[in-house]
Design a protein around this ligand. Structure first.
Ligand code: NAD
Ligand code: DAU
Length: 341
C-alpha cells in the first residue's frame, strides 16, 4: 500500500490537500505530521479523522528522531509544513528560519536515509520577489524580500542541492496566493471577510494597489498532486490561475459579497518591504495537463459563503493569542488610518 506523508496537513492548503487525497478511490495510507502551531488546527481535519488509511501525528519537522521512526516505508513526502505569514516574519524571523530552513533540511536528510521515492517541496512564488511587468519563469533567479520568502528560498536551495548532490528525487512547486475554506484569519481574504461579517474595519495596506495572482485552493491541490505523479524529478513548477487583482478590488468584492458597509475599508500604513506585484508564468504546469477549474468570481463567492456558514470555526481561531497579535499589528494603524471612499 502506498504511504504518503503530508507535513503541515493541519494548516490551510495541507488540510485541503489531505481531503482531496482521502476522497480518491484506492488503497493508500496518508500520514499527517503537524506541530499544531497557532496556524495548525485539528478542526480542519475533523471530517477525516477515524477514516480508514488516515493517521494524524503531532510533531515537528525539525525532530530528526521522530522522522526516523515515521519515514520507513514512505513513498512520497509533500512538505507543506512552514511558518507562512509575511507580517509575522517581520515581527519575528527566528521561527521561520527554524521551520522553513532547518525543518526542511532535517526532512531532506531523513528522506534520503529512508530512500523516499519522491519529495515534493511546497514553495511559493514569493521567492522570486516582486515584478513590475511580465511574469516570472521557473528559471528566473530568486530575489526574496521578506524573512518569510528568504526562508522559503533557503529551503528551495537545500532541496535542489539534495537532488544535485545525493540524487534525492525532489520536485518543487511555487504557487501564487491561495484562497478558500480553512485559511487562517490572519491572511488577507479571511481577515477581510471575517472583519466584514463582524462589522469591523478592513485594514488595507498602503494605497491598496498591490497585486496578487489568486488561485482557488483546490486548483492548487490538483496541481500539486499532478506534479507529484507526473512531474519531472529535479524540476520546479510554477502554479497560478492568472487572476491578477489589486487588493482594493478584492476588498470591494468582499464588501459586496458579505453585504458589509463600504465605510469599513480603511487605508493603513504599509507593510515594510511590501512586494508590489507577483505574477508567474505557468506554461510548464499547463504542459502537464493542468488547468484551473474554479473561476475567480465563483471561488470568491464560495469562500465568503464558507466563512459565513462556519462562524464557529473562525471565531475560535480569532480568540486567544490572535487577539494579542491583532492588537499589536493593527490597533495604532487602524486608529491612524483613513476610511476609503
Ligand atoms: P498554514 O500556515 O495555514 O499552515 C502551516 C501548517 O504547518 C500548520 O498546520 C502548522 O501547524 C504546521 N507547521 C508549522 N511549523 C511546523 C513544524 N515545525 N513542524 C510541523 N508542522 C509545522 O500555511 P498554508 O497557507 O497552508 O501554506 C502551506 C504551504 O504552502 C507552506 O509551505 C507555504 O509556504 C506554501 N504556500 C502557501 C501559499 C498561500 O497562499 N497560502 C502560497 C504558496 C505557497
Ligand atoms: O504568494 C504566495 C504567498 O501568499 C504565500 O507564500 C504566503 O504564505 C501567503 O501568506 C501569501 O503571502 P501574501 O503576503 O501575499 O499574503 P497576505 O494574505 O498576507 O496578503 C495579501 C495582500 O494583502 C498583500 O499585498 C498584503 C495585503 N494585506 C494583507 C493583510 C493581512 C492588506 O492590505 N491588509 C492586511 O491586513
Amino acid at each position: 500500500m502506498k504511504k504518503i506523508l503530508v507535513t503541515g496537513g493541519a494548516g490551510f492548503i495541507g488540510s485541503n490537500f489531505a481531503r482531496m487525497l482521502m476522497k480518491r478511490k484506492g488503497r493508500r495510507k496518508i500520514v499527517i505530521l503537524d506541530k499544531l502551531t497557532y496556524a495548525g488546527n485539528l478542526d480542519n481535519l475533523a471530517d477525516l479523522s477515524g477514516m480508514d488509511g488516515f493517521e494524524f501525528v503531532k510533531g515537528d519537522i525539525c525532530n530528526g528522531r521522530l522522522l526516523d521512526q515515521l519515514l520507513p516505508g514512505t513513498d512520497i513526502i509533500y512538505n507543506f509544513a512552514a511558518e507562512t505569514h509575511v507580517d509575522r516574519s517581520i515581527l519575528e524571523a527566528g521561527s521561520f528560519v527554524k521551520t522553513d530552513v532547518v525543518g526542511t533540511y532535517t526532512l531532506l536528510q531523513m528522506a534520503l536515509k529512508h530512500k523516499v521515492r519522491r519529495f515534493v517541496q511546497i514553495s511559493t512564488d514569493e521567492v522570486y520577489g516582486s515584478i513590475e511587468k511580465g511574469k516570472f519563469r521557473e528559471s528566473d533567479p530568486m530575489k526574496p524580500n521578506s524573512p518569510y520568502s528568504a526562508s522559503k528560498a533557503g529551503a528551495d536551495m537545500l532541496v535542489r542541492s539534495f537532488h544535485r548532490t545525493y540524487g534525492l528525487p525532489v520536485i518543487i512547486t511555487r504557487s501564487s496566493n491561495n484562497f478558500g475554506p480553512f485559511q487562517h484569519p490572519e491572511k488577507f481574504i479571511p481577515l477581510f471577510t471575517t472583519n466584514a461579517l463582524e462589522g469591523k474595519p478592513m485594514p488595507l495596506y498602503g494605497d491598496g494597489k498591490n497585486v496578487r495572482d489568486w488561485i482557488y485552493v483546490e486548483d492548487n491541490c490538483r496541481a500539486i498532486d499532478l506534479v507529484g505523479r507526473k512531474g519531472k524529478v529535479g524540476e520546479v513548477y510554477n502554479i497560478g490561475a492568472g487572476d491578477e487583482k489589486e487588493n482594493i478590488f478584492i476588498a470591494k468584492k468582499i464588501v459586496s459579497l458579505s453585504g458589509a458597509d463600504r465605510g469599513l475599508l480603511t487605508l493603513v500604513s504599509d507593510r515594510p518591504g511590501h512586494d508590489r506585484r507577483y505574477a508567474v508564468n505557468t506554461r510548464k504546469i499547463r504542459s502537464l495537463g493542468w488547468k484551473k477549474k474554479v473561476p475567480f468570481n465563483e471561488g470568491m463567492r464560495m469562500t465568503v459563503d464558507w466563512y459565513r456558514d462556519n462562524e464557529e470555526w473562525w471565531r475560535k481561531t480569532k480568540e486567544g493569542s490572535f487577539k494579542k497579535y491583532y492588537r499589536k499589528m493593527y490597533k495604532d494603524r487602524i486608529e491612524g488610518g483613513k476610511v476609503r471612499k
